[in-house]
Ligand binder design. Structure first.
Ligand code: MG
Length: 283
């Protein structure tokens, strides 16, 4: 599905924003980085995280296909980073960030469908602010963390809730293909201290919260994660979801809006396969 088949926020939402970084392709150009200037797209030559050059806009935004806006080596996610969401499942508020990984094979761009797998009877949306890393980083202090952030985008930490509870470990529940919509762009001028995050399924409001209510803020998260693993340019940190997660059904449309960034919209479809046998033949 082309992303331009879906409705995006009105033009007023993106006017005068010249710091939106995308990856895109057109019918006659290969995947590449670009930037948005008032509904127009220009190419970026070089490394967007380092030495790069912007070219004058030459495409209409409606004419390009938006891709996942970065190429991460890993997706790190944070569980239960909003007290109200932790309370939804009767979990204690964590004393330190609870981190897990999602595979990069789960990534999809704005407009691409979330596919409900046959193994799960309950797949939830989780609207999240995502941090994109700028440079190789290890053992950062909280004060150093800001210099390692390239920008911010929107993520949906799609979760098979029944499998999460069944497994204990979260890899399967969080790791299906299409379970990490990301985009539509990276906003490099964004203040994460008090931005509203909302999630609509079809026209129904399901989640709303402010980044102000995070238990660990973005600088604490980036610093903490860098004490465990090297963060690379383009790596993505999903910073947790506010309360209100709810199930997705075949035919739904999920729309996540973050004030100051924009909207990430994805349709939902059920996979047309039968439930795999409980007993898998390993011969
Ligand atoms: Mg989450």
């Amino acid at each position: 599905m082309r992303s331009d088949q879906l409705s995006y926020p009105p033009a007023a939402d993106i006017i005068n924003d010249i710091m939106k970084i995308i990856r895109f392709k057109t019918s006659f150009t290969p995947p590449q980085y670009g930037w948005i200037d008032q509904n127009r797209v220009g190419m970026i030559q070089g490394n967007p995280y380092g030495e790069s050059r912007r070219f004058e806009p030459e495409f209409d935004l409606s004419q390009v296909e938006l891709l996942v806006p970065c190429e991460p080596s890993k997706l790190i996610a944070v569980g239960q980073n909003y007290a109200a969401h932790a309370n939804e499942f009767n979990n204690d508020i964590p004393a330190y960030p609870l981190i897990f990984l999602k595979p990069t094979s789960a990534l999809i761009a704005a407009g691409q469908p979330i596919i409900l797998p046959p193994q799960s009877a309950r797949v939830d949306h989780e609207a999240e602010l995502a941090v994109v890393i700028k440079k190789s980083s290890r053992w950062l202090t909280i004060d150093e963390a800001g210099a390692s952030i390239f920008g911010f985008t929107i993520a949906n930490d799609v979760t098979a809730r029944d499998l999460q509870q069944q497994d204990g470990q979260w890899t399967r529940a969080k790791g299906f293909d299409t379970f990490c919509p990301l985009g539509p762009w990276i906003e490099t001028e964004f203040t994460a201290t008090d931005a509203m995050i909302s999630c609509h399924v079809n026209n129904s409001l399901r989640q709303m919260g402010s980044t102000r209510d995070m238990i660990f803020d973005i600088y604490q998260l980036v610093a903490y994660i860098s004490t465990v693993m090297t963060l690379n340019p383009g790596d993505v940190i999903l910073t947790g979801t506010p309360a209100g997660v709810s199930p997705l059904e075949d035919g739904d449309t999920v729309s996540i809006h973050i004030e100051g960034i924009g909207s990430l919209i994805n349709p939902v479809i059920a996979q047309n396969r039968t439930q795999p046998s409980r007993k898998i033949n390993l011969d």
